[in-house]
Design a protein around this ligand. Structure first.
Ligand code: FE2
Ligand code: FE2
Length: 203
């Protein structure tokens, strides 16, 4: 079995784990959301990034499952309570805005004086919803399923200090982190997944 076949098997197993977890929430509209993910979007083949962590086909699904495991672990470690269904929904869907967002482009480069063609991930510069990362995910999720307040808050601040530079954003983020500790644990789980668990694939 070669590396591509192994990756394809891993992707299939992760897709099936992702769908059964999401289905287990029994949230209103979840079946329509699963249909969108499976049949009307590139969610299960999309990378998690173009140049950073998990920049390979299936990377987005794997990243979402990594966040689920890290978030669960951090909540247990710090004895912070959060409903299992909210853990699943926030972890699996926080980066939904990355659906139909990454494109593969052919580029040319010179290696040892010889031109060669290679493929590289790039981003859609004009997504259908012109909203920032976290707000775009929230808007997309809510077009399929309702979100509880804590879930929306968790997804809204999942980028932590990288989600916004203005004074108001930073102030409100700090307040949310102090009042709802699961929100800062989610930011940490996302960061841990990206920087500790996941790798960058060189083209
Ligand atoms: Fe994100
Ligand atoms: Fe993420």
């Amino acid at each position: 079995m070669n590396i591509d076949q192994i990756r394809a098997e891993v992707n299939a197993a992760q897709k099936s784990e992702f769908i059964s977890l999401l289905r287990s929430t029994e949230r209103d509209g979840v079946e329509n959301l699963i249909d969108y993910l499976e049949n009307k979007s590139d969610f299960f083949t999309a990378p998690a990034a173009s140049k950073f962590h998990n920049n390979f086909e299936g990377g987005l699904c794997e990243h979402s499952l990594n966040v689920y495991r890290n978030f669960t672990g951090l909540l247990q470690m710090k004895n912070v309570e959060l409903d299992e269904k909210s853990i699943i929904i926030t972890s699996l869907l926080h980066d939904l805005c990355k659906c139909n967002y990454y494109l593969k482009e052919e580029r040319n480069r010179k290696v040892d004086g010889v031109w060669e063609t290679y493929t590289q991930w790039t981003t859609n510069k004009s997504p259908a919803l012109p909203l920032p990362h976290a707000s775009r995910s929230i808007k997309m999720i809510k077009s399929y399923i309702p979100l509880k307040f804590i879930e929306e808050l968790t997804i809204f601040y999942h980028m932590g200090p990288y989600g916004g530079e203005d004074y108001e954003y930073r102030n409100m983020m700090q307040l949310a982190f102090e009042k709802y500790p699961s929100t800062i644990l989610f930011y940490l789980a996302d960061t841990m997944s990206s920087y500790v668990d996941e790798e960058i694939t060189e083209e």
